[in-house]
Ligand binder design. Structure first.
Ligand SMILES: [Zn+2]
Ligand SMILES: [Zn+2]
Length: 307
C-alpha cells in the first residue's frame, strides 16, 4: 500500500500556514515577514491575520511578495462565537478569498448574537479554504468543541509560537480522539509567528504539489498530500502486509501510533530506512508515523486509514 502524500506527482514545497504581520498584532510588515521566510528556505507562507474589526478584518494582499521561488496563499485566522469555556474560537483558513464576508467580531471577545465557530468554519470551507482547528491545547478546547467544527480539514498539532511563548504547543490529543471516532482529519505544524519572540521557523508543512502555485498547494493540503515537521524529512512511507517501511533523513527514534495506547517504537543511530511491524495496530483503524532526530526535532505523517 503506497501513501498518497509520497506518490502524488510533483515535489515537496516547504511552507508556514499560520503567520501574523502588523496588519493585525504581529510586529513586522508583511513584506519583511515574506522576505525572512524566503531567506530561511521556505517556498511559501500564508499570512493569516486575526480577522476581527479591531484590525479592519484584514486579508493581507501578499501578491507583491511572490516571485519565481516563493509564493503566498491568502488566508486569515477567524474568530467568532464561543467555545465551551466561554472563550473566542480561533480557526485557521488558508486559501480564503479576499472578499470573504466578515462576521460581527469587533475584538478578541465574545459578543451576543455572533456567528458560531462551526458556522464561520463552514462558510470558509464553502468559500474554498483549507480549514484547521487552531492550537487546541492553547485554547483549552474540549473534545465537544473539536467535534462541532465539522468543516475542519485538519488539526494544528504543533504550534511553535504557543510552544515558545506559552508552553502549550499541542493538538495531538484532540486529533487522535477525533480519528478514533472515525473523523478524518490531517495534521499540520505551524509557527503562528508574530515576531515578538523567537516564535518563528519552528514548525512547518511539506506539501507535495506539481508547482509552487497557491491554488495547487491548497488542493494538495485538502487532499492530505503533505507531512508536518520541525526538521526531519520523510521521504516515503509504504506498507507491505503487516510491515511498514519508512525512508527519511537521519533520525534516532521512530514511532507508529494508533488508537488508544497503541504504539510501536524503534530506536537506533542515524536511521534512514526503518522497518516496523504493524501487528500491534490490529485494533486500530488508523495509525500515524512520527520520527525524531538527535536534536529532539520531529516530523509527523498524516494519519493513514488501513481498514
Ligand atoms: Zn490563535
Ligand atoms: Zn495566530
Amino acid at each position: 500500500m503506497a501513501i498518497d502524500a509520497f506518490t502524488a506527482p510533483g515535489r515537496f514545497y516547504r511552507g508556514n500556514l499560520h503567520t501574523h504581520s502588523n496588519l493585525s498584532d504581529g510586529v513586522l510588515d508583511a513584506g519583511e515577514v515574506c522576505r525572512r521566510y524566503k531567506a530561511e528556505g521556505y517556498d511559501f507562507i500564508s499570512m493569516t491575520e486575526h480577522f476581527i474589526g479591531l484590525f479592519g478584518y484584514p486579508i493581507a494582499d501578499t501578491k507583491p511578495y511572490r516571485d519565481n521561488e516563493f509564493t503566498t496563499i491568502p488566508g486569515a485566522e477567524l474568530h467568532s462565537g464561543a467555545m465551551e469555556n466561554g472563550e473566542l474560537w480561533h480557526i485557521l483558513a488558508v486559501g480564503l478569498p479576499e472578499d470573504f464576508n466578515p462576521p460581527e467580531a469587533p475584538h478578541f471577545n465574545v459578543v451576543d448574537g455572533m456567528e458560531s465557530g462551526p458556522a464561520i468554519a463552514r462558510r470558509a470551507r464553502e468559500a474554498g479554504a483549507f480549514v484547521t482547528i487552531a492550537h487546541p491545547q492553547w485554547s483549552g478546547m474540549t473534545l465537544n468543541d473539536a467535534r462541532s467544527l465539522e468543516a475542519a480539514h485538519a488539526v494544528e498539532v504543533y504550534n511553535h509560537g504557543c510552544a515558545v511563548d506559552d508552553g502549550r504547543p499541542e493538538g495531538f490529543h484532540t486529533a487522535e480522539l477525533l480519528l478514533s471516532e472515525g473523523r478524518d482529519v490531517t495534521l499540520i505544524a505551524t509557527d503562528d509567528a508574530h515576531f515578538r519572540s523567537n516564535d518563528h521557523f519552528g514548525g512547518w508543512v511539506m506539501v507535495k504539489a506539481e508547482a509552487n502555485d497557491p491554488d495547487m498547494l491548497v488542493e494538495a493540503l485538502k487532499a492530505g498530500h503533505f507531512y508536518a515537521s520541525q526538521g526531519p524529512e520523510l521521504h516515503n512511507i509504504e506498507i507491505e502486509g503487516k510491515r511498514l517501511y519508512i525512508t527519511c533523513s537521519a533520525v534516532e527514534s521512530a514511532f507508529v501510533q494508533g488508537h488508544g495506547s497503541g504504539v510501536v517504537r524503534q530506536h537506533g543511530q542515524a536511521m534512514t530506512r526503518i522497518e516496523m511491524p504493524l501487528a500491534r495496530m490490529n485494533e486500530s483503524s488508523w495509525f500515524r508515523v512520527t520520527i525524531r532526530d538527535r536534536a529532539g526535532k520531529c516530523a509527523w505523517s498524516n494519519p493513514i486509514r488501513w481498514k
